[in-house]
Design a protein around this ligand. Sequence first.
Ligand code: 3HC
Ligand code: NAI
Length: 717
Amino acid sequence: MSSSFQSSGQVSYELNGDVAVMTVSNAPVNALSHAVRVDLLANIEKFEEDATAKAAIIVGAGKVFIAGADIREFKRPATQPHLPDLIDRIEACSKPVIAAIHGVALGGGLEAALGCHFRVGVKGAKVGLPEVHLGIIPGAGGTQRLPRLVGYEKALEMIPSGAQIGAVDAKAAGILDDVSDENDVLAAGLTFARSVIDNSMPLRRCSELVAPAVDASVFVAAKAAVTKRARGQMSPVVCVEAIEIASKTSFADGMAKEREMFMELKSSDQHRALSHAFFADRALGKLPEIDGIAPRKLDAIGVIGGGTMGAGIATGALMNGLAVTLIERDEDALARAKATIAKNIGGAVKKGKLSAEKEQHILEEALSLSTDYASLGEADLVVEAVFEDIDVKKQVFQQLDKVCKAGAVLATNTSYLDVNAIAAVTNRPEDVIGLHFFSPAHIMRLLEVVVADKTAPDVIATGFQLGKIMRKVAVRAGVCDGFIGNRILATYRAAADAVVVDASSPFEVDDVMLEFGFPMGPYAVADLAGLDIGWATRKRKAPSRDPRERYFTFADRMCEQGWFGQKTSKGYYVYEDGARKGTPNPEVLTILAKERMENDIATQNLSKEQILDRYMAAMVNEAAKVVEEGIALRPLDVDMTLIYGYGFPRWRGGPMQYADQVGLDKILNNIKEYARDDAYFWQPAKLLEELVSTGKTFGDLNAEGGNNSVKKVSEKA
Ligand code: 3HC
Ligand code: NAI
């Protein structure tokens, strides 16, 4: 291939003795953009003709080798030189080309390295083909070269999972020829190049290797396992198919087929959704109100209440290096909390996530237990996780106000209560914030950072910093009943209840949502969380319930019989002998039939698709209200909340992305149609109506940084 493209200077070419060094400089991650491909191709041609150069090294500037294709270019039509052709050209070189890897070689970056004749890594380097997480497959030879190099089984382990492996494992697998003791990647590359030249090492081209044959059953089993895990996501399954093709065809045919499969997935909704999720993940913490604001110091935290949430929050903080002082009401409660924490930490040790030494340090030194609030005097941040009762919370915050040092962040883990009202009982409302963790708090990734009216920007930044330290996905939320996630949940659960009473059963609704890609249906989730929690909330809200709201009694009838879900072995499902997966409880159907009879409800016929449409319309409509009111800054904040906290399938990108794909006009029409039967519940969000009338999408709002009134909320701070 000849190079007639304009150079951008993003890949330099320098001779170091008889070794040509090509350095890719495309900050921040050396993605293989069009400009980089152009330059790399030109440099390969130059090397081929450079009589002085006996070998070449490709190396990345900055922190990484190459993190893959430039994902932002995927939206545009592919332009030449295409990556697979460039990599073929590298491989076809008549003189040795060596990839010298530090940081990461991912996706197209690893594929480029596989096109080189040798690969050397420094310690700490990682390699992998994570394309599957973007809803695509490796599209520049990864599915054809990797199995030829490492065998089908290893490729089946790595590509459909997108797993990254460290340098030592990569050498054991045969991906790296050497792991260098040098810290400097260029030095490592030069040393390796020297030995290639001095020993006249023959060129090794992955495309020419033959992997040991495996039985066809290996692919059948892999496909079955991957299909089950993928829950509707296509790319992992296509990865298996592409690897299988490598076992059946010539390299050239395999490459053509890989390209075809890659291009098809690249134009799929699933790829669009997963790309959206990739960029949304990175946008969550980019907020005007904390831009350039330093978080406060965070070394030691306090946790009040050592129940389900408090013990989980303490565990997560301790496992991530923070010192924790936990406060309970009495010694017995402290002992219980300590036992829960020790069990959680022990579990992490068993799973190999933590060393026994660290376990000992955590339990003997990093964790302090006390019944005296005065022990919180030195805490940088305190999270309150006591009972969900506004009066109890107010008392706790009054005490915190007295004992905490100036500048300490005072946080509440409340699920629903008014953070402004809690802040108002202190003399420092600017230090008060909501930090809403999810259960089990040391495992669930989501953290809603709930910003109250007076919360100071550096307190918000500290909330995000705590999320980072605890490896959570932090999402900014505003104050309302249930914040982003629980508020939307309450609405789609109400829609589901209506479907159950009018037309269906909890089991069918659960099935529909499982098919959609959720790991559990809403009723199985309710059983897991405990039906008594919802019952208590319904009783609390009964006095303020709007008379126009349809109220269903079946859940109350169930609770009255002591069916609280898994913890009582009975709820919507029956859990025999402590089983975690239940079988449908037939008595629920009897209770439902009675409710229909008492209220003269004639059962309607709804298809699975119609059930799904109602469920999603309720979710999207409430989500639109949440964005409209500024509770979520942007649609993407809702998407990530639902993905990380509520099991929404990532490959669908979250409810707002899903709505864009379905069409906002279709969803709005559905809402208007449902409103004919229940106008109170199905009130269309103004934002949804506005978007439909202007032909815009939630994606457009993301690109604009949120809806305009909302941006003001964030910018005013
Ligand atoms: N293309 C374009 N931009 C990329 C990118 C890529 N492949 N990878 C990362 N970026 C951007 C991020 O969006 C972010 O931009 P921002 O600063 O504007 O938000 C910036 O680079 C830094 O990324 P991170 O915040 O993620 O930085 P980290 O240091 O935490 O992580 C990383 C670095 C491990 C490289 C991580 O970014 C990553 O995993 N990137 C994606 C890797 C990937 O999926 N590669 C496969 C691409 S598809 C492909 O290669 C197809 C081929 O087979 C044909
Ligand atoms: P829990 O009942 O398991 O634990 C509460 C603990 O607080 C008890 O151990 C109790 O002894 C202690 N406590 C009560 N008053 C106290 C005081 N004045 N000083 C010190 N300790 C005190 O409750 P859970 O489930 O842990 O909930 C705690 C908070 O977290 C609530 O606000 C809840 O809404 C919220 N939350 C709960 C979630 C869940 O799934 N359980 C999820 C997210 C938030």
